[in-house]
Design a binder for this molecule. Structure first.
Ligand SMILES: *Cc1c(COP(=O)(O)O)cnc(C)c1O
Length: 394
């Protein structure tokens, strides 16, 4: 094997995009103690840990109820099914999100109807929703993308006017707030994911639904266990989507730290913003903006690199061994499996532009300052170099 030793060898230690190890190390004794307890009891399904987590998540999100399930994807499917949304129904959502936002609508038997996004927040363009409403529309599914709540007031008005449910895809947004209210209580049902890289991540898959509607709760509960109401009596065609006791136990330990981690994510975002501004590179990149009356929990810190230069910047970062990621490179309306929905390239220009421009930088809560400095210095260098050909041409 040949090693090419770079000139600045000392400073090119890899900076991972995300590293879950330090978080675990900071709490391994407590986590392993509850894991041991679950194993000692051998109660892997249901039980006190799941009920405990449901109560604690409800308290955290300020919802009356919370129902655990196996993933954020299942939470979305079960929420739609519980609202009797299926065959022949339409659900309005965003094409700029993780795949499960739209696939869950299809899995429930309904049809996703996309509207374009707001280029500043990357969330659904709420001004475009009313025009997408048809007699078949049953619900709106806003996504609180990257940890920032969608603008809900216009959606509340439409839900009143047209009798529509709102199912929040809050998978990236636990603890995010809109007008002082938490994600999860901004619609009929809120759906959360505990995938390991979410702000509250488990030791595997997990999910949760929140609601204030007591009549929905029994249905949400039974849909996660094959529609069973006991004695093998099945009221609906549900699924097997229980939350493991092991996951619940681990998540209860981690939930206690969530606000500290959120503060660290916000501090990382703040620091990137200040440093990029001071370095004078805001002509090359656009910083994420926190919209009015929001608590942004920064599941991702995403900048925009316009004029088709994102991939170049990404290559330069990778060459400097700095992790970065693109969420999401292909909007949902252009995915092969949604071809039958009949959308075409150019239909949602803002979502398509965001897919070309977006770039997520390392911002996990334990990101060492030295690593963040490396990201900042490298970004500043790349952006200054970007400028040079233009200057020469001038
Ligand atoms: C992660 C995520 C999901 C799906 O959650 P899983 O737990 O992985 O099934 C759905 N929507 C969005 C926006 C997500 O980020």
């Amino acid at each position: 094997m040949t090693f090419i030793v770079p000139l600045n060898a000392g400073s090119d230690r890899p900076v991972p995009f995300i590293d879950l190890v330090p978080q675990f190390q900071s709490m391994s004794a407590e986590v392993m103690a509850v894991v041991e307890r679950v194993f000692a009891e051998q109660k892997f399904i249901g039980g006190d840990e799941v009920v405990g987590l449901e109560e604690e998540i409800a308290a955290y999100c300020d919802s009356r109820f919370a129902v655990g399930c196996n993933s954020g994807t299942d939470a979305l499917i079960i929420a739609l099914q519980a609202l009797d949304i299926g065959e022949g129904d339409e659900v309005i959502t965003t094409p700029f999100s993780f795949f499960a936002t739209a696939s869950s609508i299809c899995r429930a038997g309904a049809t996703p109807v996309f509207v374009d996004i707001d280029p500043v927040t990357f969330n659904m363009d709420v001004e475009a929703v009313e025009d997408a409403i048809t007699p078949h529309t049953k619900a709106i599914m806003p996504v609180h993308l990257f940890g920032q709540c969608c603008d809900m007031e216009p959606l509340w008005r439409l839900s009143q006017k047209y009798q529509l449910h709102i199912v929040e895809d809050a998978c990236q947004a636990i603890g995010a707030e809109y007008q002082g209210r938490r994600a999860g209580v901004l619609g009929t049902v809120g759906c959360f994911s505990f995938f390991p890289t979410k702000n509250l991540g488990g030791a595997g898959d997990g999910g949760m639904m929140t609601t204030d509607d007591p009549e929905l709760v029994p249905k949400l509960r039974r849909l996660r266990v094959h529609g069973d109401i006991g004695q093998y009596e099945h009221l609906d065609l549900g699924m097997n989507s229980r939350l493991d006791s092991l996951q619940a136990a681990v998540l209860r330990v981690k939930l206690k730290q969530l606000d500290n981690w959120t503060t660290a994510r916000q501090a990382n975002a703040q620091r990137y913003g200040t440093q990029f501004q001071q370095a004078g590179i805001l002509d090359a990149i656009t910083l994420p903006k926190i919209a009015h009356e929001r608590r942004h929990v920064f599941n991702q810190y995403c900048i925009r690199v316009e004029d088709g230069r994102r991939d170049h910047v990404m290559q330069q970062l990778k060459a400097a061994k700095i992790g970065c990621a693109v969420y999401y490179p292909k909007p949902l309306h252009l995915q092969t499996c949604f071809k039958h929905l009949g959308y075409s390239q150019g239909q949602f220009p803002q979502a398509e532009a965001a897919s070309r421009d977006i770039l997520a930088l390392p911002s996990y809560p334990e990101l060492p300052i030295a690593d963040q400095d490396r990201v900042i210095d490298t970004m500043v260098k790349i952006c200054r170099e970007l400028r040079q050909p233009a200057r020469r041409a001038a």
